[in-house]
Design a protein around this ligand. Sequence first.
Ligand SMILES: [Zn+2]
Length: 457
Amino acid sequence: TFNMKLLVILLFSGLIPACRGSNSSYSLPPKLLLVSFDGFRADYLQNYEFPHLQNFIKEGVLVEHVKNVFITKTFPNHYSIVTGLYEESHGIVANSMYDVITKKYFSDFNDRDPFWWNEAVPIWVTNELQENRSSAAAMWPGTDIPIHNTTPSYFMNYSSSVSFKERLNNITMWLSNSNPPVTFAALYWEEPDASGHKYGPEDKENMRRVLKEIDDLIGDLVHKLKMLGLWENLNVIITSDHGMTQCSKERLINLDICLNRSDYTLIDLTPVAAILPKINKTEVYNKLKNCSSHMNVYLKEDIPARFHYQHNDRIQPIILVADEGWTIVLNNSSLKLGDHGYDNSLSSMHPFLAAHGPAFHKGYKQCTIDSVDIYPMMCHILGLKPHPNNGTFGHIQCLLVDQWCIRLPEAIGIVFGVLLILTILTCLFIIMQNRLSAPQPFSRLQLQEDDDDPLID
Ligand SMILES: [Zn+2]
């Protein structure tokens, strides 16, 4: 029985740490800082050196690949992270959009009409509406727009020329001295996306320089949080919206060869083109169908379900999806050496996620989550009731200290342990049975032997 006790203890001791409840630091309201470095492709982490980021990960968690949402562009993916919704559900379906009913246009430079954003409720709005809490943001897409008539209490109007340092200074100031306290903050930076487009991800020399700069910014961020005494109690998530892949002038799909410009309105071009036909839709579709073997042509109703990209008026009647590394162009359009927006099942399109703070385990790695899972995780950390979303809380449970979660090695241990206990119990049962059914004369003989002993003494 001693062995059995030991086994049971061994078996369950592995589970106890995962069951730890809220600790003392939770008496303060939990705080979360969400950071995005635009276009940070997941495998940059394996292919380049990031001493500061690796230190951050060593004391926190890492998700190596985040499967993002289709189309793998900036505005749609940043909105999915903060709403937990696929693009068809949150309504930001591209960086360039047109709404046929209202005849409104949306682009990176014309994004300020709340109409586009109001199909969903981002986490900073939900947080802002809580009693005794506020939100802050430095240029995260959508944070300078009154969505459902609410902006974060503290925010910056978007301007790409404002330095990372200035954004970080504002965010940390708001996190440290605000009343009611800032409990959710979001910070956005345009790199390494801009350089990824310019040089292409295969330009190792330039990307090494750019990614070293990113790592230094992460070093500055951690240093600043430590200096201000925010580091221990703040949860920090560092992630991105999408990856980047190499393009080439050898891989072009020229729409002008297949289609007259007078036949359609072009809403978005590459690598996912959005086509609004001016003539018969089927005619346009037939002209495009055999245009190139390096792109898929879909009528809206035939877009594959796995893209979750169909049920929204802002998705145009025909979309073209270029193969990885191919660029859709018109005669006169320019080429970027790196691009994103492609099929979200391509690993080159995936970003990563790293997190650190009292809510997260230390030194835990996980292969993958979906980007829509980040929203329910953030709501859980902040104690907010999530709006209906496409995320799965179970996918991120293992990252969190307050969740019970079985990882594969533990599961194998438990199965093995249970089998071992059952085997031992069976053996014990068989031995007992044999003893009980042993013939009586034998035990009497033994007793007599025992009785003899005191006489000898
Ligand atoms: Zn981006």
